[in-house]
Write a protein that binds this ligand. Structure first.
Ligand code: ATP
Ligand code: MG
Length: 274
């Protein structure tokens, strides 16, 4: 490795949106040499993640859940595609949370979330999550304030329940600034291979920027404590964003003291033979 990223700078409750620069590149230079070092480090992290996943799967005592939140064009899809590219798909479950269906709306807001939680040995990825219920729901006024306000407590209790049952969280907010979002949305208008990603609604959401910032700030303050802190990831530079998320996944698994399960029988009694 050329460099190691100090994640504590990005972790709530100490980190906040004003304290993390979306352009930050951490210990890496932003010239060609820095980019090359970063690319090599990402390859190495991806390899380590793959190794750790094998043991994590075999161990089977824990689940890991990566929660990805961002504004439109924040890079959730690209992060999954790049930073997690070394994982064995067999042990991964990705779930994208869209507008709730009629059936989902007929239940409490965590009903659909709980069903998608990863089982032991599995890595779950939430592309958007239960946090939409204190973000878009708050900003668009989809339910009364006293309803969404109580959700912070519900979320903290819910995550504690999962944590007590062996689920470790990596909660990531991809932090881009307004200029970067403009460029990325413009690309969706200009590049025919990205037209399908354009959603007129994204422009409406962009106009609500300040409301979203307020909603994110309160979300970090209320749901960003141990054992499930948020990581505010500088995400203007995609290559650095991928490095931070990969580092977080590797460190989360390394912290688990994983072990290979003991064989259930005395292996010395067996020979494979011809
Ligand atoms: P991309 O960022 O690549 O466009 P996306 O995650 O925005 O992908 P879309 O299908 O465009 O995917 O949008 C999903 C929509 O569902 C978002 O506008 C999001 O706010 C909305 N959504 C998700 N969860 C909820 C919820 N609980 N209540 C209301 N809307 C929700
Ligand atoms: Mg969208």
């Amino acid at each position: 490795m050329h460099a190691t990223i100090d994640l504590s700078r990005y972790r709530t409750p100490l980190a906040n949106l004003d304290a993390v620069d979306p352009n930050d590149a951490g210990p890496y230079a932003t010239d060609d040499d820095g980019r090359e070092a970063a690319a090599e480090d990402l390859d190495e992290l991806i390899e380590r993640m793959a190794e750790l996943q094998r043991k994590f799967y075999a161990d089977g005592r824990f689940a890991l859940l990566l929660v990805l939140q961002a504004l439109d064009a924040g890079g959730k899809d690209g992060t999954i595609r790049r930073a997690l590219s070394g994982l064995n798909p067999q042990g991964v479950r990705v779930r994208s949370f869209k507008r709730p269906t009629e059936l989902e709306l007929a239940h409490d807001f965590l009903w659909r979330i709980h069903q998608a939680a990863p089982r032991k040995g599995e890595i779950g990825v939430f592309n958007r999550s239960h946090y939409e219920d204190v973000l878009v729901v708050r900003v668009d006024g989809l339910v009364p304030e006293d309803v969404w306000r109580r959700r912070y407590e519900h979320i903290v209790a819910f995550e504690r329940l999962l944590h007590d049952a062996g689920t470790h969280f990596v909660k990531v907010y991809l932090h881009i600034d307004r200029d970067e979002q403009r460029e990325r949305l413009q690309k969706r208008l200009d590049d025919p291979s990205r037209h399908w990603k354009f959603d007129a609604n994204d422009l409406r959401v962009r106009a609500q920027w300040d409301d979203y910032r307020a909603a994110f700030a309160e979300m970090f303050a209320r749901t960003g404590h141990e054992p499930t802190p948020w990581l505010i990831v500088p995400a203007n530079r995609k290559w650095y964003r991928d490095l931070v998320v990969a580092t977080a996944m590797v460190e989360a698994m390394e912290a688990l003291d994983l072990r290979w399960p003991e064989p259930s029988v005395d292996l010395s009694a067996f020979t494979v033979g011809d």
